[in-house]
Design a protein around this ligand. Structure first.
Ligand SMILES: *[C@@H]1O[C@H](CO)[C@@H](O)[C@H](O)[C@H]1NC(C)=O
Ligand SMILES: *[C@@H]1O[C@H](CO)[C@@H](O)[C@H](O)[C@H]1NC(C)=O
Length: 214
C-alpha cells in the first residue's frame, strides 16, 4: 500500500513540476507525460511483482519461524517436565537418606545400649565371682554300707564339684580358697545298727553324731 501511495505522489509531483515548452509539438507536453506515466506503470508493475515475491519469502520465513518457535516451546516444556521429575527424585532421595541416617543412628544407639547392658550384666557377674568364688560339691551313695573304725566315707557318685574341693578317691574336701564353708550331711542306718559319724577338720572333730536303728 505504501508503495502505491509513494508512486502516486511521484506522478502528481511530476505532473505539477513539468514546465511548458512552446518550441515543441502541440501535444508534446501530454506525450511526455503519457510516456512517463507508461514507464512508471512498468516500474510500478515491477515493484508489485517484487513485492509479491518478497511477501512470499517473508510468509515462508514467518511460517518457518512459527514452526521453529513451536519446536522450541515443546523443547522448553519437555525440559521443564524433566526438571520437575529430577527435582521430585532429588527430594525423595534426600528424604530417604535422612530416614536412613536417623534409622541407622537409632540402630547404633540401641545396639550400644544392648552392648552396654550386656557388659554391665557380665561385669556384675564377674564382680560377684571375684567377691565370692563359687565352691560347692554334692556327693552321695557311700561305697560301703559297713564302715570300720576311723574309716573315711567315700561317696560313689559326685553330682557337682565346683572349685574341685572334693576329692572323689579319698572322700576328703580341701578348701581351694579361704572362706566360710557350710556342710550338710544326711545319713541313715539299718534296723538295729549303730552309726557313729564325725566331720573332721585336719584331724579335729567339728561335729559328731550317734544314731541307732533306721
Ligand atoms: C536406605 O536403606 C536401604 C535399606 O538399608 C537401602 O537399600 C537404600 O539403598 C538406602 N538408601 C540410600 C539413599 O542410602
Ligand atoms: C536403653 O535401655 C534401657 C533399659 O532397657 C531403656 O530404658 C532405655 O530407654 C534405652 N535407651 C535407649 C536410648 O534406647
Amino acid at each position: 500500500m505504501t508503495g502505491i501511495l509513494q508512486l502516486l505522489l511521484l506522478v502528481s509531483m511530476t505532473v505539477a513540476s513539468e514546465p511548458s515548452c512552446p518550441a515543441c509539438s502541440k501535444y508534446d507536453y501530454e506525450e511526455k507525460v503519457l510516456e512517463r506515466m507508461i514507464r512508471m506503470e512498468f516500474a510500478f508493475k515491477k515493484v508489485l511483482k517484487e513485492n509479491k515475491a518478497i511477501s512470499k519469502t517473508v510468509e515462508h520465513d514467518l511460517t518457518r519461524i512459527k514452526e521453529e518457535n513451536e519446536r522450541l516451546h515443546a523443547t522448553v516444556d519437555a525440559l521443564k517436565d524433566h526438571k520437575e521429575i529430577a527435582e521430585r527424585k532429588l527430594v525423595s532421595l534426600m528424604e530417604e537418606v535422612e530416614r536412613n541416617q536417623s534409622s541407622t543412628l537409632e540402630k547404633i544407639v540401641s545396639d550400644s545400649n544392648t552392648t552396654l547392658e550386656q557388659t554391665i550384666v557380665a561385669f556384675n557377674d564377674i564382680k560377684d565371682q571375684i567377691a565370692t568364688p563359687l565352691v560347692y560339691f554334692h556327693a552321695r551313695s557311700p561305697q560301703t554300707s559297713s564302715l570300720s573304725t576311723d574309716e573315711v566315707i567315700v561317696y560313689k557318685t559326685v553330682e557337682t564339684n565346683q572349685g574341685n574341693g572334693y576329692i572323689a578317691t579319698t572322700g576328703k574336701f580341701t578348701a581351694p580358697v579361704p572362706g566360710l564353708y557350710m556342710f550338710f550331711m544326711h545319713t541313715c542306718t539299718r534296723p538295729n545298727t549303730y552309726g557313729y559319724l564325725q566331720i573332721l577338720k585336719e584331724g579335729s572333730v567339728l561335729i559328731a553324731i550317734k544314731q541307732y536303728n533306721t
